[in-house]
Design a protein around this ligand. Structure first.
Ligand SMILES: O=C(O)CC1=CCC(=O)O1
Length: 260
């Protein structure tokens, strides 16, 4: 049977479509902090990557091409010709692939806390092997430590616990398959083909995809603007929910009167 992606759709049916791609080890639910603001303006499609959440979880390994082609298949299933796209981390990697390989499908693009080439590949393959051996729990603390600043983790333990639970409920085969996709990914040369006006958001305290990675992406895309948020680690949309919602609304609806 063909592997399929799970998605949830919110917002007015006739509004412009905004597709949201989540990070490794999360689901579309990671966009909850921005959902109300974005669904007031857009038909918001939040999908779970292959191997995550409610999507099919084939054994793997996966590639970024496969993850991107699954999103195109989802757009076809939902009868969506063109859409805006925002993705964080792995979601951003898939966004770069989509904008470079299927530019006719992507209007405007936002890339948050992501990288065009995130080595070392051996580290990703080792992480995949650990998870395939059934030990997602053993990597969870180290992963979550990179998701949030110490100050946020101390102030919001319930939020941190909810995102950790999202991570540990990811199917091991799916998580490992996506680690292997990151291990084999180098999108740097593809970025010259991106034509969509692009907002690149980095976070000053992100140890997973530091702001230099955001600056590198912005340099390689013809029409890109770079913003680096203070007081946020990797899941910047959780730590800076209003700032991210405002930046995305202003970028995807430039005539809408939102001040970024
Ligand atoms: O899990 C991590 O270490 C950080 C990360 C890389 C890609 C992604 O989506 O999250």
């Amino acid at each position: 049977m063909t592997a399929r992606l799970h998605a949830t759709v919110d917002g007015p049916p006739q509004a412009p479509v905004l597709v949201l791609g989540s990070s490794l080890g999360t689901t579309g639910a990671m966009w909850q902090p921005q959902l109300a603001a974005l669904a007031a303006r857009f038909r918001v499609v939040r999908f779970d990557h292959l191997g995550h959440g409610g999507s099919s979880a084939p054994t793997g390994p996966y590639t970024i091409d496969l993850l991107g082609r699954k999103v195109l298949q989802l757009l076809d299933e939902l009868d969506i010709g063109r859409a805006h796209y925002a993705g964080l981390s792995l979601g951003g990697m898939v966004g770069m692939w989509l904008a470079a390989q299927a530019p006719e499908r992507i209007d405007r693009l936002a890339l948050l806390c992501t990288s065009a080439c995130l080595g070392p590949a051996d580290g990703w393959r080792a992480r995949a092997a650990t998870v395939r051996a059934g030990r997602l729990d053993t990597i969870a603390d180290a992963v979550v430590e990179r998701w949030f600043t110490p100050a946020f983790a101390a102030a919001r333990p319930d939020t941190v616990a909810a995102y950790r639970a999202m991570l540990t409920s990811t199917p091991p085969a799916g998580y490992a398959g996506c680690c292997e996709a990151i291990a084999g990914m180098d999108l740097r040369a593809d970025l010259a083909a991106v034509r969509a006006p692009t907002l690149v958001i980095g976070a000053a305290d992100d140890p997973a995809t530091p702001p230099e990675q955001a600056a590198d992406i912005a340099r390689r895309i013809r029409s890109a603007r770079l913003v680096v948020l203070d007081d946020a680690a990797h899941l910047a949309n959780v730590e800076q929910p209003e700032a991210v919602a405002r930046l995305l609304a202003a970028h995807f609806d430039p005539e809408g009167g939102v001040t970024p």
